[in-house]
Write a protein that binds this ligand. Sequence first.
Ligand SMILES: NC(=O)c1ccc[n+]([C@@H]2O[C@H](COP(=O)([O-])OP(=O)(O)OC[C@H]3O[C@@H](n4cnc5c(N)ncnc54)[C@H](OP(=O)(O)O)[C@@H]3O)[C@@H](O)[C@H]2O)c1
Length: 268
Amino acid sequence: MSTYQLGLIGTGNMGGALAQAAAKSGASMLLSNRTAEKAARLAAELDCAAGTNLEIAESCKFIFLGVKPQMLPALLDELKAPFSARQDRFILVSMAAGVPLGTIKKTLGLPCPVVRIMPNLPVALGKGVVLISPDDTVTEGELAELETSLRPAGLLMRMPEDKLDAGSAVSGCGPAFMYLFLDALANGGVSCGLPYPQALALAAQTMIGTAEMTLASGKHPGQLQSEVCSPGGTTIAGVRALEQHGVRAAAMDAVIAAYERTCELAEK
Ligand SMILES: NC(=O)c1ccc[n+]([C@@H]2O[C@H](COP(=O)([O-])OP(=O)(O)OC[C@H]3O[C@@H](n4cnc5c(N)ncnc54)[C@H](OP(=O)(O)O)[C@@H]3O)[C@@H](O)[C@H]2O)c1
């Protein structure tokens, strides 16, 4: 019987953001990190426990691996002995970009159930996305329990593993693309005489409202766009400028480039 429901090894940017979300679910949590003070600080903030990798390996039901992909083999090697000694069932949850389920199982060399997740950073605010791909040994009940603990993160979406890298190129890398667009919109405002903070606040709130409108209306973005553009008006003049600069193709290329880079890294 596990002492803690969730254990997070590696409380960096992503592991820390997920811990912040999962804490709101009321799940019991144990955190560890190479620089131990980082996990201790976060645990104090979230009112949960901090410990060592070994304690997590011995006592948690869902064990999140939050280290960089290149550090994963060494971590799995460290965890192999405590995992082998366990008598109860536990599930590994890897967030490592581009590392397939098969590679994790092969590197670990144990028949552990593994779930791959692909979160994005807005999970810390409950406005994120977590893509979820379990291997076929994870039960529906276990998946439901994991999803209950991650629900405060935002949108949870299950998908087959062969679609995960494509999904991640949109929602995992997407925040960086959106930041770029936000900064550009704000600087457009600055060019027209607005102070940057004011222009950025307008751009960011407009992005939030537009995204929420798209989801709430269920309409195609092209239709919503045409509803904003009056004939011969100001907005269509701006849309034409964006189209002239190939912004639509640039956004598609950004996702494709991120996807291709993920595939390249996975082949190494
Ligand atoms: N950032 C994103 O937007 C994002 C999105 C999707 C997926 N991911 C995935 O999330 C994972 C973490 O990325 P990140 O951006 O959060 O990196 P990060 O900020 O560098 O965090 C990694 C954390 O792991 C800790 N760590 C390293 N080796 C460890 C070990 N052996 N035992 C315990 N803790 C250890 C580090 O500790 P120190 O404090 O000592 O450095 C650091 O806090 C990666 O696999 C990445 O692919 C990230």
